[in-house]
Design a protein around this ligand. Structure first.
Ligand SMILES: *Cc1c(COP(=O)(O)O)cnc(C)c1O
Length: 331
């Protein structure tokens, strides 16, 4: 899954690396993400999970595989194609997530429509699991998998060609590996991150975010630091200004002591509010100089912990880093 700028890390570079390493398929959220990859020269099959209904002509033009998730979407596709151009599609079944996909009651109509338009070929049928990262929902997940097997069988047996099936996301791959079927849709795990502590132990994060100290200042006891004077020197302080702010994706909720960067292997707490382009950290007890590296997140201060501090999930942290942050790939 390389949707959302490859979970914030950079779609083209990640897609290219995956292509070189012979993955079978890429997945994106919308048509335009798929087109970007085609324009950049990616040749792998690309599944679009939620194609805009007015973009089917572009889907065909750029050789993308649209997910068809409703009768309305299928009818729109049929009208766009005008009964001529052959196309392969994926079908999405709703097995309990209740986001996108066909309900059980629509399957007969779906089959009839597809049989009436044989130029549409079903490449795969898939569904999405709602809670693979929480074992308290295991029974629900197992039930989703069962419903999926039944519905996908009832569709497959109506067609005389093989249709692939897939249901697992990253935590599903770890926790329900008996449901791998023909493919899995590896997302955040590819980037070495999990929202689940146990899974995280088995992974190594693929990214770090670092910057450099722009300036170091000595602050007298009683003085204030940053906007709204919220950072207060309760004693003499040495602070370092780091040129990363909320416009880069560093959440303002991490300000005022709620996050520590790593400088020369020591933890330096954020002082005062996070600004748009900068943030100040307390380096009073750290030997450092201007130009030294500051790790915003790394193995020592991981995004899984950052997510907990501000009540969100690592997915949101990763995908929040803006295009302004330079992505450097090493492999
Ligand atoms: C994002 C997404 C995935 C990947 O999920 P991860 O939890 O990141 O592995 C898989 N399937 C669908 C339909 C998705 O939207």
């Amino acid at each position: 899954m390389v949707k959302a700028f490859s979970y914030g890390l950079g779609t083209y570079d990640v897609a290219k690396l995956l292509e070189e390493n012979k993955v079978d398929y890429l997945g994106v959220a919308n048509t335009y993400e798929g087109i970007e990859l085609r324009k950049a020269g990616i040749k792998l099959p690309i599944m679009v999970m939620k194609p805009e209904l007015d973009s089917f002509d572009l889907v065909v033009k750029h050789n993308l595989t649209p997910t068809i998730f409703s009768l309305h979407a299928l009818k729109t596709l049929i009208n766009t194609l005008n009964n001529s151009i052959p196309i392969t599609i994926s079908l999405k079944i709703d097995t309990g997530m209740h986001r996108l996909g066909f309900d059980e009651g629509e399957i007969l109509t779906l089959i009839d429509l597809l049989k009436a338009h044989p130029f549409i070929v079903i490449e795969s049928i898939y569904s999405h699991l709602a809670a693979t990262d929480e074992s308290k929902h295991n029974e629900f997940t197992t039930q989703q998998i069962e419903v999926f097997k039944n519905i996908s069988n009832s569709i497959s047996k109506e067609f005389d060609y093989y249709i692939e099936r897939h249901i697992l996301n990253s935590n599903g791959i770890i926790n329900f590996n008996n449901a791998q079927m023909d493919m899995v849709r590896l997302g955040i795990g590819l980037y070495g991150v999990s929202s689940d502590d146990n899974s995280q132990k088995k992974l190594k994060s693929a990214s770090t975010l670092k910057s450099k100290i722009a300036q170091i200042k000595c602050i007298k006891k009683g003085d204030n630091i940053g906007y709204n004077r919220l950072g207060i020197a309760h004693e003499n302080l040495t602070i370092a200004t780091i040129p990363v702010g909320y416009a880069d994706g560093l959440s303002r909720s991490l300000g005022n002591g709620n996050w520590e960067m790593i400088i020369n292997n020591k933890k330096a707490s954020i002082v005062g509010n996070v600004c748009m382009d900068m943030v100040m950290i307390d380096v009073t007890n750290i030997k450092c100089q201007e130009g030294d590296e500051a790790f915003i997140f790394s193995d020592e201060n991981p995004i899984t912990e950052m997510a907990k501090r501000i009540g969100t999930i690592p997915y949101e942290i990763l995908t929040s880093y803006s295009p302004r942050v330079l992505r450097v790939f090493k492999y």
